[in-house]
Design a binder for this molecule. Structure first.
Ligand SMILES: [Zn+2]
Length: 243
């Protein structure tokens, strides 16, 4: 999986995983950045934050502040993929961040992580989406993710005008708005199918077999922290809390 960080007008968006520290330090040594914003607290976005000079402020959604202050208990496969991450201090931010030439509205977009932010630059039609998109047709998700929350977050960002999406794993998407709409349509359809099958009396294991018959190598590597089952349970759990 690729990982992207963005530098716009001296604002660094995410810091990359500690596994790529050498390359990232090498890149940043030739660039100028005066502030950092983290789209969320996960180690592939924050792994190099602990080595940033203390004169440079690091911002994150307020829910991320305590998450960055503690050392995460990462499963082995995530430590191997991305490297671990030491605790570090951040400043909570919720509404807007400005640079010399741009204003970014911050959109709280939970679902992948509770502190997830997307950054909207209205004048340019840019949306920095962190891990909100990544792919349009996910067949499995992590145990900590919620499909109903991702649906709400996609609906929230799609209320705004933008064309270009800057994704942390898929890169720059010039038809980004369509890709986000495609993901929303897919998740709404999956949600409807899961609820229909559940109402027909089918157990989670049967729904999983019918909708997602194939397993992905990441499912096994992650010891099923990543699994299609979490798509189904996150939809059914939300249904239960709403009843
Ligand atoms: Zn993440």
């Amino acid at each position: 999986m690729n990982v992207y960080m963005y530098l716009v007008d001296e604002l660094l968006i995410d810091c990359g995983p500690s596994r790529l520290r050498k390359e990232i330090i090498n890149f940043l040594s030739k660039e100028s950045y005066t502030q950092i914003i983290l789209t969320h607290h996960h180690e592939d976005h924050t792994g190099n934050a602990p080595i940033v000079p203390s004169s440079i402020p690091i911002y994150i959604h307020p829910k991320g502040v305590p998450l960055c202050r503690t050392r995460p208990h990462l499963p082995l496969y995530r430590r191997v993929f991305w490297g671990s991450r030491k605790p570090f201090e951040t400043k909570g931010i919720e509404h807007q961040i400005k640079t010399k030439h741009h204003t970014f509205d911050l959109l709280h977009t939970p679902g992948h992580a509770p502190d997830h932010l997307a950054l909207l630059e209205k004048d340019q039609g840019w949306l920095f989406t962190g891990d909100l998109y990544v792919m349009s047709h996910p067949k499995s998700i992590f145990a900590f993710e919620s499909i109903p929350d991702v649906i709400q977050s996609l609906q929230k960002v799609l209320l705004y005008d933008f064309d270009t999406v800057f994704c942390s794993h898929a890169g720059i998407l010039h038809n980004g708005r369509n890709r986000l709409e495609e993901k929303l349509d897919y998740l709404l359809s999956i949600q409807a199918q899961v609820l229909q099958k559940y109402n027909d009396g089918k157990p989670v294991s049967a729904i999983q077999k019918e909708l997602f018959p194939d397993r992905h190598v990441l499912n096994y590597f992650s010891l099923f922290e990543n699994s299609s089952k979490h798509i189904i349970t996150s939809i059914l759990n939300r249904g239960a809390t709403h009843q």
